[in-house]
Design a protein around this ligand. Structure first.
Ligand code: ATP
Ligand code: TZE
Ligand code: MG
Length: 246
């Protein structure tokens, strides 16, 4: 089945809205992929910021339109910064997303991820190992990425097939997808529509980029170029999406 009414058309319109509104996305992002994520957001048309200083993070979160919390290189300072920033997002009703990177490697990180999830993010996104260990996340849109992305909210599941295997060979494509979801949530309050738009944009840009690439190295640059050049009509022409209830 393809085509729940208007979802793909809405995704295409959201891409144009991100370009026009240029949302500010504050990223508490792991140190491995900060540049890749900032460049990807900028290519899309959003405005990234990245500080994790406990002195400044509340002011940055207050200024931002959406927040990404990524646990990839967690330490005491980052835990404190995350608590401060998420408190601002909650009280100011800003959309925020948790990416529980490597929560399957460490009991302490898993406990912190669960604490964050219980405090009410809009979205939780991880790869299969991370999402399988986390389990329930009541009231949160759960997204498991991979060859097919699965978005689950209550009893509704959306599957997005777009993407390319080169994505799994470039560190940070998952982290970037979380940041792109935040950018789309900044311009669309319906988080399922926002996340669908972001993952279609990312997956379709990756397919276009792969046609011009000879491996993961050239793909990385071509992916950024394709995100910058992506048009709403590319989303409408190339979306591979299905929906299920129950
Ligand atoms: N085999 C594949 N075919 C198509 N798309 C893929 C494939 N593997 C991953 N992707 C896409 O790559 C992106 C990253 O997904 P993945 O599940 O690999 O995240 P991740 O492990 O958290 O990545 P990272 O930690 O490096 O940021 C998603 O947008 C997903 O759709
Ligand atoms: C490889 C790696 N290690 C910590 S974060 C990160 C990149 C995103 O998963
Ligand atoms: Mg990851």
């Amino acid at each position: 089945m393809t085509g729940e009414t208007g979802f793909v058309e809405n995704a295409a319109a959201l891409l144009a809205r991100v370009r026009q509104q240029r949302p500010r996305v504050h990223c508490l992002m792991n140190t491995v992929v900060q540049k890749f994520v900032a460049d990807g957001l900028a290519a899309l048309g959003a405005i990234p910021s990245m500080t994790s200083s406990t002195e400044e993070v509340e002011a940055f979160a207050q200024r931002a339109d959406a927040l990404v919390v990524n646990l990839g290189t967690l330490d005491e300072g980052r835990r404190a910064a995350i608590r401060l920033a998420t408190a601002v997002a909650r009280s100011a009703h800003k959309p925020w997303i948790v990416d529980p990177v490597h929560c399957d490697y460490s009991p302490s990180r898993l406990a912190f991820a669960r604490e964050l999830i219980a405090s009410g993010p809009s979205v939780l996104r991880g790869n299969a190992s991370e999402m399988d260990i986390i389990g329930e996340a009541n009231g949160v849109l759960k997204i498991k990425t991979g060859a097919v992305d699965e978005l689950t909210l209550d009893r509704h599941t959306t599957r997005i097939e777009n993407g390319h295997p080169f994505m799994a060979q470039v560190t940070g494509t998952g982290c970037l997808s979380g940041a792109l979801i935040a950018a789309f949530m900044a311009v669309e309050r319906d988080r399922l529509r926002a996340a669908t738009g972001a993952l279609l944009a990312s997956g379709i840009a990756a397919e276009i980029a792969a046609q011009r690439s000879s491996g993961p190295g050239t793909f990385e640059a071509a992916f950024r170029d394709a995100l910058a050049a992506l048009r709403p009509e590319d989303i409408i022409a190339n979306a591979r999406i299905s929906y299920a209830e129950g």
